[in-house]
Design a protein around this ligand. Structure first.
Ligand SMILES: [Zn+2]
Length: 67
């Protein structure tokens, strides 16, 4: 594990692994910069809950980005 955190490019919040994974899945597989869930929800003009549901579904499907 590295000890430097990854931050949301918009609000500078420290990102959790799920937030990075969903960004890779929904926006850009090769991204090096990411958004947190609230900023991602604004980006897609959807609710944060929509994003949470998608994360949950992808985990249930066994998406490797979330492992
Ligand atoms: Zn953010």
């Amino acid at each position: 594990m590295t000890d430097h955190n990854t931050y949301c490019t918009k609000c500078k919040k420290v990102l959790i692994r799920d937030e990075i994974a969903i960004y890779l899945r929904l926006v850009n597989r090769n991204a090096k910069e990411y958004l947190c869930i609230p900023c991602l929800a604004k980006h897609f003009k959807c609710s944060e809950q929509d994003i949470q549901v998608r994360i949950k579904r992808l985990k249930e499907m066994g998406c490797t980005l979330f492992s």
